[in-house]
Design a protein around this ligand. Structure first.
Ligand code: ADP
Ligand code: 5GP
Length: 215
């Protein structure tokens, strides 16, 4: 294995297109996977248990919190959501990059506990466009949509806590940007196992291992 898998935290308002973007990445970029969260919310039509979410009841979710099985968890619009630790460790230990599609509270928790994760914030081009997407998705009631739009402005105000900002207007453009971020993060010198340079004689045996000339 060349390196341990990276953790990409993809956050942004509900309905902005996070899960669409993350699913496209997994289909398009080799060696990536999407973490399957646990949730207490009911499945939407078309959602598959174990693929979109692991659907659990509240009692089970609380047992999992007690047993420290989540890297992070949060209550989002009245339901509980959490990222299971085990899946994440298994994928990253195999050198697979993991994408987390999580809300801003979850992203904040990861920021506190993980060094080296990459944080990407996805924003809509406007609140009007976000409203249209939420209505078109047709998975939430008008009251729920109102709440999501109110929360969106608060979340967008914190975009500076993230490394990257993607404006999801044209899906193909946003997809290309997220793909570029993943590919560029993978080849950062600090992340790579560069022993092969020595083995192939491309650098001298005694070349300083940590080249600290880039400041
Ligand atoms: P999130 O995971 O952030 O809640 P979704 O991925 O479910 O958002 O996207 C919300 C809705 O917007 C979906 O119906 C999706 O097909 C649509 N959508 C996502 N990105 C775009 C885009 N760039 N242009 C138009 N519609 C989009
Ligand atoms: P939805 O119910 O629309 O699928 O998701 C609602 C919100 O919960 C989205 O913003 C989504 O990113 C977030 N979410 C999904 N899984 C998790 C998780 O494991 N942890 C946290 N903190 N948020 C999550």
């Amino acid at each position: 294995m060349e390196r341990k898998g990276l953790l990409f935290v993809v956050s942004g308002p509900s309905g902005v297109g996070k899960s669409t973007l993350c699913k496209t990445m997994v289909a398009r970029v080799p060696q990536t996977t999407l973490s399957v969260s646990c949730t207490t919310r009911n499945p939407r039509p078309g959602e598959q248990a174990g693929v979109d979410y692991s659907f659990t009841d509240k009692a089970t979710f609380h047992e999992m919190i007690e047993a420290n099985q989540f890297v992070e968890w949060a209550e989002v619009y009245g339901n509980l959501y959490g990222t299971p630790q085990q899946q994440l460790d298994e994928a990253m230990n195999q050198g697979i990059d993991v994408l987390l599609d999580i809300d801003a509270q979850g992203a904040r928790q990861i920021m506190k506990h993980f060094s080296g994760a990459v944080y990407v914030f996805v924003t809509p081009p406007s609140l009007e466009v976000l409203r249209t997407r939420l209505y078109r998705r047709a998975s939430d009631t008008p009251e729920e949509i109102k709440l999501r739009l109110q929360k969106a402005s608060e979340e967008i105000a914190n975009f500076r806590s993230y490394h990257y900002l993607i404006r999801n207007e044209e899906l193909s453009h946003a997809t290309k940007e997220l793909e570029s971020i993943i590919l560029a993060e993978r080849v950062k010198t600090e992340r790579l196992n560069t022993e092969w340079l020595r083995e192939k004689g491309l650098i001298e045996e005694n070349t300083v291992r940590a080249n600290s000339t880039i400041g």
